[in-house]
Design a protein. Sequence first.
Length: 114
Amino acid sequence: MEDEQSLLEQVRQKEGELKKKFETIHDLNEKKITEAKKKAAENIARAELQSDEETNVFFAEKRLELQKEMDSLKELNNARKTEIIARGEENLENAVCRIANLVSMKEEYAAEND
């Protein structure tokens, strides 16, 4: 019986040792998991920040490109407008003379047919 108790005590002792090892390993694994989650959260936050920065740079570059294109189109538009105004001014006297001639011809025709 003493042998049985001794054997039972050895089993219980071994069980206690294994339980302590298990708890130690379990605690260590929990710490590692917690650290990994923290690192992952930090990596995600860093990636999001970097993404935001890169997005801002990209949009700033595109905004600048669009502004340059708009400025170029405005310059082209102003040049065309200046050209059209110049042509209109050149042709204005001629157009006024033609209109005056047409009006006077119409008046002459109306006077002749009255």
